[in-house]
Design a protein around this ligand. Sequence first.
Ligand code: NAP
Length: 350
Amino acid sequence: MEHGTVCVTGASGFLASWLIKRLLLSGYHVIGTVRDPGNEAKLAHLWNLQGAKERLRLVKAELTEEGSFDNAIMGCAGVFHMASPVLGHITDPREEIINPAVNGTLNVLRSCKKNPSLRRVVFTSSSSTVRVKDNIDSQIPLDESCWSSVEICERLKIWYVLSKTMAEKAAWEFCNENGINLVTVMPSFVVGPSLPPTLCSTASDILGLLKGEAQAQAQYLRTGRFWLYFFFINFVMKTGETERFYWHGRMGYVHIDDVALCHILVYEHDDAEGRYLCSSNVVDNNELVSILSARYPTLPIPKRFEQHDRPYYELSTAKIKSLGFKFKTIQEMFDDCITSLVAQGHLSIP
Ligand SMILES: NC(=O)c1ccc[n+]([C@@H]2O[C@H](COP(=O)([O-])OP(=O)(O)OC[C@H]3O[C@@H](n4cnc5c(N)ncnc54)[C@H](OP(=O)(O)O)[C@@H]3O)[C@@H](O)[C@H]2O)c1
């Protein structure tokens, strides 16, 4: 297909930077939105990408400002909407995460609606939008027909999952009502090299795990009650870098390059439609640390995690595989991630 101009929101982020790298390598012209175009240190990695000087333009846009994305999106054939608040410390969930994610998505889509050149919008959702529910059958892999329960997310104060679930639902409703061609990609936990100089939340979690920083926190999780984990996460364990590993117990992982390639595949493929889970393998924490410890025996990776009472699940990726996609392995994603952490000076291997 002809490689026209596409917009990527949240361009300076971990995933968006890699997507832009891949889009530029494929010959696209890219308009990236950032909150602070004057922040040279934060954006240098984008300007260093191959093709950036000729085919990348950065434009200021803020999710919470109505009409802020109009200029960036007008004239683009495609929009990759990735900007969204990702975890961190939350004091006011509505203001800090729910509203920017949900109303920000609608804001971006209203700009898309004004653009007569638009072919397709690809929205970055999350695999968490399918798995927070109370009727999981361990025999049946979760697939694109599943939705996390808004009620459970609200009750247990799982704000990030709530924000992604509500934002994706709002996107479907808006696009169906307004005739916008929408496809969503739902990555699991993204692992791989990081282009931005500062580590995003996911990369910090992995660094904490590799440095064994959270071992002491595991003792808090011994009682094994489901609700207690959420209480712990939301009210007690605000500082642990590996909190997500303890919290989930079992997680899907995907290489950052696969996430970018999936986005481009579902943008380009005429038959792509609906939602796409994007995940290589789902593994228990203990399985993960045993793979990593065997591969990196000199790193102080925790030897085992406390087992807790979470439903067993698998993710079905048959839909994206039916478009011809193949995922990289857990080993490849962690090898590439560790190489990048070492190169950026965040980690040293004794
Ligand atoms: N990393 C994962 O494991 C993972 C898994 C599944 C889905 N996702 C999704 O992938 C997307 C990117 O995540 P990431 O891991 O790359 O995180 P990230 O590095 O923190 O990127 C998030 C981006 O969103 C932008 N953003 C946040 N609030 C904004 C606002 N109010 N207005 C404009 N821009 C705003 C940030 O801009 P600033 O740089 O200015 O803060 C940043 O560029 C998110 O939608 C996330 O939910 C991530």
